[in-house]
Design a protein. Structure first.
Lengths: 268, 396
């Protein structure tokens, strides 16, 4: 059997949007305790990179993914069209799904074609490829509460095997009732990381292994509530480490039988 | 890339339960499409329904996963001793060293569609409604890993109609970095109202049994399937008849959400990447299992991509005339068909196609051809421009 390759990568850029967290610099200030956390609903910007006709058709998932993706690639100063992508989300567009199911529960089942094509789990990947003119491989994953971990492992695996930079985008949006009671995601949250095999101007270096140890929690209760209630926010312990500019070991949630241990080395 | 062995594989689709029935249907050119009589659906279209899905019982301890999609998955796992082969593999590698990668497009959404009827009538979802076990896309991945008692990394891939082709690429990478030694890959997608009414709203469903590459092709016939393969590292002594995954290619059209790039730009890129990954030339490919959905735009775009890479002589066909378009399960189902093509020296002729569109260039087979089949290409292209091509071959 060949010797295992370490799952490792440099982080070159971060994009973040969530409740009370308007972008990565302001989130970093909160996560490093330089600024207080002030709760507010996630504000999703219109996706300016899309042509107006396409822009009008997009829902929350696409707005969120495009916002975090472009923030991360700008932060990393990389051309987004050159990146392979890994999208991961615990659910699709909850409002769109709700509207489709209402129509299908009735007697006149004429669906809107736009609602139907927006119902695919890879809708954000499709619109990202158009907005960024990104023709490389795009993978789109779902692993319920383990979705961030599944996306991180897929992205690190691609970096290791293909020796290519990868944009990881993890995002979740909330459902309206009656699904909200079944899947109580409080608000939209997304994080994007540019991961690369070689250093140019990296923020940090990551090495990942699976562990049976428990996941790290956030010490601040409001942030811990976010971490525990939104699958993409399971990334917060890693983001805290980056924001606090300290090297160390972080354990992220994944499955009941395994978590992901990250050795984080700050680069500058 | 390093080849992997498809140690075991199985499929259930409208043409049969397990590989023997599937092979028999291919050999006799027997299709599984019929006028739609699914649930309360009132649409002028044909579908490829799997028989006996609702009779498949889940193990008691997994009853929380009960939905049509997971019953179909269970039916698949029970065919051809697949679950038993995985159990044997787990004793060899360890259950935490086998990953699970399943493609689906709609998972258990049918349960939610039905639950919304009750909600509309009573104001409450049924007590039995289980979001994680049925609705969520990962439901089928979670069900499969629990049913097979595996504890390695697991994920569901959701890139619409290329989902269960891309699982082969993800599994190959994860084996390559050494995080796992083997993987259960597959695709499971089941009939539901969302896709039947949704593709109808896009005017992409045919009234007839679909006619890939035909001059009169006018849309898809939606099918359902569960197909699985066990991928493992190559043993030191490899049987000449072993079926291998030789290469995978993935690309994005970056063009439109629901239409392929008209010149097949992304399709061509994924085909060329698969050849490069397998270190093969176009002349090394004996047969191409086309995506071949029978929409006007897919088949013309795919034709341009395939003929640009291979010229017009390599025999090609779409098996969707037999099985229907099984959406997120199509990649894995057609991987199993490719494995059968190699094992049995059979290039399956495409059903329902009467007159191949003279504007198309590829060498489209309408009749079965018996021949040595050593290396095959399988194409899968999805909404959002998500493309994947796989190459399978005989060990020697």
């Amino acid at each position: 059997m060949p010797a295992p390759t370490a799952l490792q990568a440099y982080i070159e850029g971060v994009g973040l949007l969530g409740p009370g967290l308007t972008d990565w610099p302001s989130a970093a200030a909160v996560l490093s305790s330089a600024a207080p956390y002030v709760a507010s609903a996630t504000a999703l910007p219109a996706p300016q990179a899309l042509p107006p006709a396409e822009r009008r058709r997009t829902g929350a998932v696409v707005k969120l993914a495009l916002a975090i993706g472009f923030e991360a690639t700008t932060h990393a100063a990389v051309d987004p069209s050159t990146l392979t992508t890994v999208f991961t989300s615990s659910g699709g567009d909850g409002f769109n799904c709700h509207e489709l199911c209402i129509v299908l529960a009735g007697s006149d089942r004429q669906l809107s074609p736009t609602r139907f094509h927006n119902s695919v789990h890879n809708v954000a990947a499709g619109y990202w490829s158009i907005a960024a003119n990104a023709t490389n491989a795009a993978n789109v994953l779902c692993a319920h509460d383990a979705s961030f971990g599944a996306g991180l492992i897929e992205a690190l695996t691609q970096v290791a095997v293909e020796r290519t930079p990868v944009l990881l985008l993890a995002y979740d949006t909330h459902y309206p009732e009656p699904l909200r009671a079944q899947r109580p995601i409080p608000d939209a949250f997304g994080v994007a990381l540019v991961l690369a095999p070689d250093a140019r101007a990296p923020l940090a270096h990551l090495t990942a292994t699976l562990t049976d140890g428990g996941a790290d929690h956030m010490s601040e209760p409001t942030l811990e509530k976010l971490r525990a209630s939104i699958p993409a926010a399971r990334s917060l312990p890693l983001l805290s480490c980056l924001a606090q500019r300290k090297s160390g070991r972080v354990v992220l949630d994944y499955f009941a039988h395994a978590r992901i241990a990250l050795q984080v080395e700050l680069c500058s | 890339m390093s080849p992997l062995q498809l140690t075991h594989f199985t499929a259930v689709s409208a043409v049969g339960h397990g590989v023997a029935e599937t092979l028999d249907a291919l050999e006799r050119q027997r299709g599984g499409l019929a006028p739609c009589a699914f649930e309360s659906v009132d649409l002028p279209t044909h579908i490829g329904e799997v028989r006996g899905v609702d009779k498949a019982a889940l193990p008691d301890e997994l009853s929380g996963y009960n939905c049509r999609n997971n019953r179909l998955a269970q039916l698949g796992l029970l065919q051809d001793g697949f679950a038993h082969a995985v159990a044997k593999s787990a004793t060899r590698w360890g259950s935490d060293r086998i990953g699970v990668f399943i493609g689906t497009s709609t998972s258990g959404i049918l349960e939610t569609e039905l639950a919304y009827r009750e909600w509309a009538a009573t104001g409450a979802l049924p007590q039995s409604f289980n979001y994680a076990g049925a609705h969520n896309s990962f439901s089928v991945g979670d069900f499969v890993r629990h049913a097979l008692r595996l504890e390695g990394p697991a994920t569901v891939v959701c890139t619409a109609c290329s989902s269960s082709a891309k699982v082969f690429a993800s599994a190959q990478r994860m084996i390559s970095v050494g995080l796992i030694d083997a993987a259960v890959v597959g695709g499971v997608d089941s009939l539901c109202l969302t896709t039947l009414y949704g593709f109808h709203s896009l005017q992409l469903t045919s009234r007839y049994a679909c006619r890939p590459f035909d001059i009169a092709r006018d849309g898809i016939s939606i099918g359902e399937a569960a197909a699985f393969a066990l991928l493992e590292r190559l043993p030191e002594q490899l049987d000449n008849n072993a079926i291998l995954l030789l290469g995978a290619g993935e690309s994005s059209d970056a063009y439109h959400m629901s239409s392929p790039h008209p010149e097949g730009r992304g399709a061509r890129a994924s085909i060329e990447q698969a050849l490069a990954a397998a270190s093969l030339e176009p002349t090394d490919i004996d047969y191409i299992n086309l995506h071949g959905t029978a929409t006007v735009s897919n088949d013309s775009a795919e034709d341009l991509a395939v003929s640009a890479v291979f010229g017009t002589q390599v025999p090609c066909s779409s098996t969707k005339g037999a099985t229907g378009h099984t959406l997120g399960a199509a990649g894995a189902l057609e991987a199993v068909i490719c494995a059968l093509a190699i094992r049995h020296g059979l290039m399956p002729g495409g059903l329902n196609t009467r007159t191949v569109d003279p504007k198309l260039h590829v060498h489209y087979l309408r009749e079965n051809r018996r021949s040595n089949v050593n290396r095959v290409l399988s194409n899968s292209f999805g909404f959002g421009g998500a493309n994947c091509s796989l190459i399978f071959g005989r060990a020697a």
